[in-house]
Design a binder for this molecule. Sequence first.
Ligand SMILES: [Zn+2]
Length: 376
Amino acid sequence: MRFELQAECPDTGARAGLIHTGHGIIETPVFMPVGTQATVKGVMQSDLAEELDAKIILANTYHLFLRPGHEVIRELGGLHRFMSWPRAILTDSGGFQVFSLSDLRKITEEGVLFRSHLDGDEHMFTPESTVDVQLALGSDILMPLDECLEYPASHEAANQAMQRTVRWAETAYGYFERQAEDTGSASALFPIVQGSMFADLRRECASQLLALNAPGYAIGGLSVGEPRSLSLEMTEATTPLLPRDRPRYVMGVGMPEELAEYVARGVDMMDCVLPSRNARNGCLFTSGGRVIIKQARYRRDPEPLDANCQCITCRTYSRAYLRHLFQAGEMLFSTLATIHNLKYYLDIMRQMRQAILLGRFRDFLYNVRKPAVESS
Ligand SMILES: [Zn+2]
């Protein structure tokens, strides 16, 4: 895996680049649709590739480890073949789900003991085992096991979790490098900067992880219930310390209007369930603002969802039809809505990338911020 920095905004931290992977080239800044269970819910892989032109998606190690099991996926040729997705895949370490979904039993220096949210079976995740699971899946970008804290956390608790995250990252990284050497794997592992909402801990964590000389770095532990300004503040405290020539990935963000704020702070990669989850709930992002499709005002509305959007949903169907599908609980609604919301996100990313390459990102950011100021 190799990162090619193509352009930097002279006024902000925004960058445009290319991530070269074994499964294609990813143009950055990039938003990664979330495919938790080896599927972006409701969307066929052909639509992800052709309609949306997503270059990379995210899958969740915790879920695939429990079901169908990483060994099953390995036997079937790895995750790319299993789900018929020839482009890049990033997997998380499962840490976040262990802490948020499972019945957590015990955290020790060795790893995390937990009970499956599916059947209650007990499992252990260690820095080494989560690398093994992700290698079995054949991910292009892997994440090391990290300790995720709830918000708010005390400075002391955050410090302990951060120090453990660093030790686990060192273990995982060393183990990953040996395995990758043995197998000739072209994948990459991105250490995760933690430190809760404390800038000093974030900085300390980043500086310790730099010693690993990893090909990319992630910022985790955000979007856990903190005010959104704090998530941005933590990102801003961290990105200047990360290597300029490596991609930076902020995990689990953000709202459409926040994408530019992260990019302005030097972030190259993001993922979030928001566009797909909101779509299924009938909340659609458009260039004219949010559309809550169940509202009676759309009952006879013949207009497309977003006249400025080129997605198949907006090219083909009316708001009235989408509202009808939603009200009737039809499966097609989720598909059409998810395609549109993902397209909305991916288009924003493509526009930002163009703006950075053309030296116009400052204007882009100004235009994004203007409506926010006007409405406040
Ligand atoms: Zn659309």
